[in-house]
Write a protein of this length. Structure first.
Length: 234
């Protein structure tokens, strides 16, 4: 393995997150994120027009989430048909973000989860998503220490300077979801999907980039078993 590449996600998950008796079903890095949330821009900043409507509505905008869930919400976030899996490019020149946060309002559960405080010394720029028979977890990479070793940009993740010892990736636990937190999980797009959408109980959720079509069925089957079949409807 080249020292310029990050360690595989399963190795990092087993070393820093899984309990000794906890089997790992899958794990994958998500390098960046984009928001597809009604009332927020792609970076998660609130749109002014939405804020005004929310103020006029007396803070009741979140009540609309339940009526804007399911297929309509996924179509809004990812498009429809074959084009849905390719997703909408982020604002950074066309590269598609790994993690997509989708929801019907800025106050949805997915936005609140991603907006929660990152553990001390943790970097929010690269997250590790992991599933075991007990929990769906998200960890954040430990921030690099020192000037030369500090992260200068997203392209520097996982790299080591020539001649330096290989730096093992280390993560800090951040978020956890149980089977009852997940309402649905499904591939996005009708052919060769590389995105798995995980929907929470309020209709919001996360689109994870598996990076290859073969990864989605493995992730989906494991999530269906994790939720007792309830997360695989649709």
């Amino acid at each position: 393995m080249s020292v310029s590449r990050a360690l595989p996600a399963p190795l990092v998950a087993r070393e820093w997150w899984c309990a000794p008796d906890e089997p790992l079903l899958w794990a994958l890095w998500q390098e960046d994120l984009v928001y597809r949330v009604k009332g927020l821009d792609e970076r998660g900043a609130q749109l002014e027009s939405w804020g005004k409507r929310f103020a006029r509505g007396g803070g009741k905008a979140a009540a609309a989430v339940g009526g804007f869930a399911g297929d309509a919400l996924l179509t809004m976030a990812f498009g429809s048909g074959d084009s849905g899996d390719r997703g909408k490019p982020d604002s950074g020149g066309g590269r598609r973000a790994d993690l997509t946060v989708f929801g019907a309002a800025p106050e949805c559960a997915a936005v609140e989860a991603i907006g929660s405080t990152v553990p001390a010394e943790g970097s929010p720029y690269r997250t590790l998503w992991m599933l075991t028979p007990r929990r769906l977890g998200v960890a954040v990479e430990l921030l690099a220490r020192g000037g030369a070793s500090a992260r200068a940009g997203q392209g520097e993740f996982g790299k080591n300077a020539p001649g330096e010892p290989i730096r093992p990736e280390r993560v800090l636990p951040w978020l956890e979801f149980g089977p009852n937190d997940i309402a649905d999980c499904r591939p996005v797009g009708s052919k060769l999907s590389i995105t798995l959408a995980i929907t929470l109980r309020d209709g919001s959720g996360f689109g994870l980039n598996a990076r290859r079509p073969g990864g989605v069925p493995v992730m989906l089957d494991a999530l269906r078993a994790f939720t007792g079949g309830g997360g695989g409807r649709g």
